[in-house]
Design a protein around this ligand. Structure first.
Ligand code: XIL
Length: 365
């Protein structure tokens, strides 16, 4: 006897409307199928990033956690002058290219960091006794070469990093005044020049000014605000401000004024990215937490900063400086006094700060 044949394609087709219905019911009733920070961020259309070291991509839990939880990466060191330009006539793009390849394989965005900074420069440059004319030529060529290499791959660049002192004055540096690129004593003019070169090098890339201790309202964030307001008024090409958010001392009053700072920056039509967040906790001499309750306070800080970001449509990315406590710059930088600053512990288990971020992304409107 002939039996009617079953066509699997037809079955799939006939089920599709039901699946769509179930999914839309889930969305309207607030049922959440998100499995990761990345799912939450995709749904909220915000970028959630981490600074990365491509030398660790071979460590399976490092790579899988990164790809599962984040939709953006930024090389922690590999695109800085000291790494990307080991000698005047040689560029080393290999490690930066690995970051781009990882990101492309996992459909993540890449933020570039950074084109001009007083630190992390190779000795041939910082001890090179160049004239302002020579330095100006070097910087212009550097910005053009690096940005063109990564054009279409790096969507946003920290063009200038950490140019201000805490009191809001410009920090002395080889680029500004020692000897500088030709604008010594002229305030932000050298920064403006770098942004103009950057726009010319890759007109599609978003251009950011990035700094630390600029979360709340203070002399330094006032100086950054005054600069970018002036840039916007005069048509100097700039698209956003990066707020690093390295929190070493938890001062909730200061941190809470981030919302007002974000409001004034985004009112200029600029985007803001939280670029390097970590919350350093005190450690004992064995490297253990001095006080377990630190993890809850740490989660609170992540919650407050992420909430402020999500409440401003112009705050388009939230990034942490690394993602596992196994690899974080904090213990080295503080000579072992502080650490455990990130979202995942040394074994890649999520911490209270991770749960706090997920809650914010799932609830905050
Ligand atoms: C740090 C890296 O995390 C370290 O590995 C490196 O030794 C020094 O630089 N502000 C920045 C980052 O803009 O580039 C710094 O990164 C941390 C502070």
């Amino acid at each position: 006897m002939d039996r009617p044949s079953i066509n699997p394609l037809l079955i799939r087709k006939s089920l599709t409307p039901y699946l769509a219905l179930i999914l839309s019911l889930a969305t309207t009733t607030g049922i959440n199928f998100a499995q990761s920070l990345r799912d939450d961020a995709d749904r909220r259309r915000i970028l959630i990033g981490a600074a990365v070291n491509p030398a660790l991509f071979g460590e399976a839990p490092y790579a899988s956690t990164l790809a599962r939880e984040f939709n953006m990466v930024e090389p922690e060191n590999e695109m800085k002058w000291g790494r990307i330009r080991p000698s005047q006539d040689r560029f080393n793009f290999g490690p930066g290219d690995e970051v781009v390849a990882f990101a492309q394989a996992h459909k993540m965005k890449v933020r570039g960091h950074c084109l001009l900074w007083s630190e992390h420069n190779p000795a041939w440059l910082s001890k090179g006794s160049f004239t302002p004319e020579q330095l100006s030529k070097l910087l212009r060529e550097h910005i053009a070469t690096v940005m063109k290499h990564y054009s279409g791959e790096v969507f946003a660049w920290d063009v200038v990093n950490e140019a201000f002192l805490a009191n809001g004055t410009i920090e002395p540096s080889i680029w500004y005044d020692s000897p500088g690129i030709g604008f010594a004593g002229k305030g932000t003019a050298y920064i403006e020049q770098a942004f103009r070169w950057a726009r010319a090098a890759d007109p599609k890339a978003l251009l950011f000014y990035n700094d630390y201790d600029t979360e709340g309202l203070n002399a330094k964030s006032d100086a950054v605000y005054a600069m970018v307001k002036d840039f916007r008024k005069r048509g100097v090409p700039i698209d956003g401000v990066g707020i690093q958010a390295h929190i070493f001392n938890i001062d909730m009053k200061e941190i809470s004024s981030l919302a007002a700072n974000l409001a004034r920056l985004t009112a200029l039509g600029l985007q803001v990215h939280i670029t390097e967040m970590d919350v350093a906790l005190p450690l004992d001499t064995t490297g253990a937490l001095l006080d377990q309750s630190g993890l809850t306070r740490q989660a609170d800080v992540y919650r407050v900063i992420a909430t402020a970001c999500l409440q401003q449509t112009g705050c388009t990315a939230f990034q942490t400086w690394g993602f596992t406590d196994k690899y974080s710059w904090i213990p080295g930088y503080t000579k072992g006094a502080k650490g455990k600053a990130l979202l995942f512990d040394e074994l890649y288990a999520p911490k209270p700060a991770y749960n706090a971020l997920r809650e914010v992304l799932e609830r905050e409107r």
